[in-house]
Every structure is written in structure tokens, then in C-alpha cells.
Write a protein that binds this ligand. Structure first.
Ligand code: GRG
Length: 237
């Protein structure tokens, strides 16, 4: 659990959680348990995604994957424990508990992973639906949950829900651009299978503008989140 959780991840989801709290007019520290829980769920998903039954990856973040370092059984169990303990961290807050279950479960990340494993994505709208569940749901929940944790007014939570949806898509577009040279770009689960790299770049910029337009409703409190959006748009890792 420690090997994977402290393995050099970018911590984008915890940043989104804390900046979401600030953007909604609240206090970032109120979102710390939420930020931890969402990173624990993200980490479990990567451990399980790397397993032989899924992507069968040997390396992650420049180091052996969890099952390569500790064996398959320990990797499965480390993922199980991270998922379970994530809920313990936020169990005092029923709204956050429900949000995490929704985002990570069958209608969210796990459901998206099922569509991914099934393969055979036929067109762009199917791909966007799969990605919105597999990667987008957790990113959207990260930012929204930050606002919920800091007891923001519902209007602000709704703005961040829309922003989070756009940001999830932006994240996946940039992820596929970063994978452009790898085999993955050739499978139907990559945007590059359905559009040229130029079109993906164009869509990335349109979606980033759309995400920014939502933040305009939140005034100067959203400035750090605006800056993070720009970093995700132009990221190189
Ligand atoms: C196994 C239930 C289950 C789900 C796995 C999200 C996911 C579902 C698998 C990850 C596969 C993958 C590489 C998707 C691309 C988008 C993504 C989540 C990239 C990794 O996220 P980063 O870049 O990772 O935030 P770091 O390493 O920075 O934490």
C-alpha cells in the first residue's frame, strides 16, 4: 500500500479536491480527508489496472508495478485495502461517502473499466462515454467533493460539477496525446484511433476553454483551479 501510494504520483486529484474547496469559497484544509480518500481510490485503481488480468504492465512511474514488486496476491490485496480504507477516511460525511461510491463503482470507474476491457469501441461518442466513466468520474468527483467537504452553496457545487466533467475529458485527451507513440494509440480506446493528432489537439483546447468558462462564474477564488486547468492542458507527464 505504501509502495503504491507514495510512488511518485502527480497528486492531481488531491489538488483538484483542495482547489475545488477554495474555488467554491471554502477552506482547502476542510477537503484534506476527501483529497486523501480520492487518491487512495485512484491508487487502488492503478494497482489493479496493472495486473496481468487487466493491462499486464510491468512498470509504472518508472518503477516495477506493485504486483511485479510484491506478487499478484499482495497487489490485489493492497488495492482492496486502499479502496476499503479510503471509505474509512470519509465515513463521517455521508454526502462524500455516497459521492465516492458513485464515482468509483459500477456506474463510474469500475463500469468504465468494464467497457474498456470489453474493447470494440465503435465511435467517438462511445469512447467519450467510456472515458467519462473510467477516468472522468473520479476527476469530476474530486473537484466537486472538495466543494461539498467545505459546505459550499449548491450553486457553486453545480458549477464545479460541470467544470469537473469538462476537466475529466481534458485529462483523457491529454493522456492519449502523451501515449501517442505507444501501441495504446492504435487501439479503439484511444482518441487517436478516432481522430488525427491535430484534431485531438484542437478538441483539447476547445474543452479546456469550456472548462475555464465554468470557472468564470466563481470569481477570483477559482484562480488556482484555473491555473491547474492550464497545467493539465499543457502537461507533458
Ligand atoms: C481497475 C477498477 C479499475 C479501474 C482502473 C483509471 C483506471 C481504471 C485505470 C488507469 C488506466 C489509465 C492509465 C488510464 C488513463 C488515465 C489515467 C487514470 C492515468 C493515470 O492518472 P495520473 O496521470 O497518474 O493522474 P499518477 O501516476 O500521476 O497518479
Amino acid at each position: 500500500m505504501r509502495y503504491a501510494l507514495f510512488g511518485g504520483g502527480k497528486r492531481i486529484r488531491p489538488q483538484l479536491a483542495m482547489l475545488g474547496a477554495e474555488a467554491a469559497g471554502g477552506n482547502a484544509t476542510a477537503a484534506i480527508p476527501w483529497a486523501m480518500a480520492i487518491e487512495m481510490v485512484h491508487t487502488y485503481s492503478l494497482i489493479h489496472d496493472d495486473l496481468p488480468a487487466m493491462d499486464n504492465d510491468d512498470m509504472r512511474r518508472g518503477r516495477p508495478t506493485c504486483h511485479r514488486a510484491f506478487g499478484e496476491a499482495n497487489a490485489i490485496l493492497a488495492g482492496d485495502a486502499l479502496l476499503t480504507e479510503a471509505f474509512a477516511v470519509i465515513a463521517q460525511d455521508p454526502a462524500l461517502t455516497a459521492l465516492l461510491a458513485q464515482a468509483a463503482g459500477g456506474q463510474g470507474m469500475v463500469g468504465g473499466q468494464v467497457s474498456d476491457v470489453k474493447g470494440k469501441i465503435k465511435n467517438l461518442s462511445e469512447l467519450e462515454r467510456m472515458q467519462a466513466a473510467k477516468t472522468g468520474a473520479l476527476i469530476q468527483a474530486a473537484v466537486m467533493g472538495g466543494a461539498i467537504a467545505s459546505h459550499a452553496p449548491s450553486m457553486r457545487i453545480e458549477v464545479l460539477q460541470k467544470f469537473g466533467r469538462a476537466l475529466g475529458l481534458l485529462f483523457q485527451l491529454t493522456d492519449d496525446l502523451l501515449d501517442a507513440d505507444q501501441d495504446r494509440a492504435r487501439d479503439s480506446n484511444s482518441f487517436l484511433h478516432h481522430m488525427s493528432a491535430e484534431k485531438v489537439l484542437e478538441r483539447r483546447d476547445t474543452v479546456a476553454d469550456e472548462a475555464r468558462s465554468f470557472l468564470a462564474h466563481l470569481g477570483s477564488a477559482a484562480a488556482p483551479l484555473l491555473e491547474l486547468t492550464g497545467r493539465i492542458q499543457k502537461r507533458n507527464q
